[in-house]
Design a protein around this ligand. Structure first.
Ligand SMILES: [Zn+2]
Length: 252
């Protein structure tokens, strides 16, 4: 989840920790945005020292009730892969999530991304970049795999595996072979997209291909969304035979 250490959230770390305690969560992990593309609002935004010192402050206040982890969500872009590697080599975090948000410097969660593009012109670069992210070896935790659904144009038809089974199969196989764990992100339910990122069908395919573990994220940007839909999503994942890992279990 994102606090005001990310450009797209106004929530303080305190707001989010207090919400997590009210909801009975045992722990939280912040995944503040880190971007290397100067066109993105998260470029140069985070102040590493301040962030970690704020986290320490929260541990002092809430640490007896809440396990608080400092993480980042890094936008993967092939052209900035060297910068990302340098950054991750020189900064320590409890958790690093890799996500594709931008193609050709345009946010894929905006209608503008799809303007003037055929479906394949919109999708293929996204699948290619997702494969490149996995091949880069930079990340072992992979965020919201089918985020391209967010502002999916109605004229393309219904989004989902029916349209992208082949690229998604390649992506999931590569994730499984490389030991990367995929995130089940409940913000897509909040956006009324009919299921988490990735959608339920994709999670079934992941299981069929041999995927065993997932990590849940609410992608909360405010106190209301902290841990939203976790109980029901966790129950369904477990019914499917997928193990929901907390980060410390996932590291074991
Ligand atoms: Zn994201």
């Amino acid at each position: 989840m994102h606090s005001n250490n990310s450009p797209d959230s106004h929530a303080t770390l305190d707001d989010l920790c207090e919400s997590a305690i009210r909801r009975g969560l045992a722990g939280v992990c912040f995944t503040e945005h880190v971007d290397f593309d100067p066109s993105d609002s998260a470029y140069g935004y985070i102040n590493y020292e301040e962030y970690l010192s704020d986290i320490d402050g929260c541990r002092g206040k809430y640490g007896d009730r809440l396990d608080i982890r400092a993480g980042v969500e890094v936008t993967y872009q092939t052209e900035f892969a060297d910068d990302i590697r340098r950054f991750l080599d020189t900064h320590r975090f409890d958790y690093v999530l890799g996500s594709v948000h931008l193609i050709d410097h345009i946010f894929i969660g905006s209608p503008a991304y799809f303007m003037g593009k055929s479906e394949s012109e919109a999708c293929e670069p996204y699948w290619r970049e997702t494969m490149a992210m996995l091949r880069s070896g930079l990340f072992t935790r992979i965020g919201h795999l089918d985020y391209i659904r967010t502002r999916w144009p109605r004229e393309y038809g219904r989004p989902g595996l029916g349209r992208w089974r082949r690229p998604m199969t390649d992506i999931l196989q590569l994730a499984i072979e490389s030991g990367a764990i995929i995130e089940v992100n409940t913000s897509a339910i909040r956006r009324q997209l009919g299921g988490p990122y990735p959608d339920w069908e994709t999670l079934e395919l992941y299981r069929e291909l041999g995927g065993a573990r997932v990590i849940m994220g609410s992608d909360a940007h405010n106190a209301l969304s902290v841990g939203q839909y976790f109980p029901e999503v966790a129950a369904r994942l477990e019914k499917m035979g997928l193990t929901v890992c907390s980060e410390c279990e996932a590291l074991c």
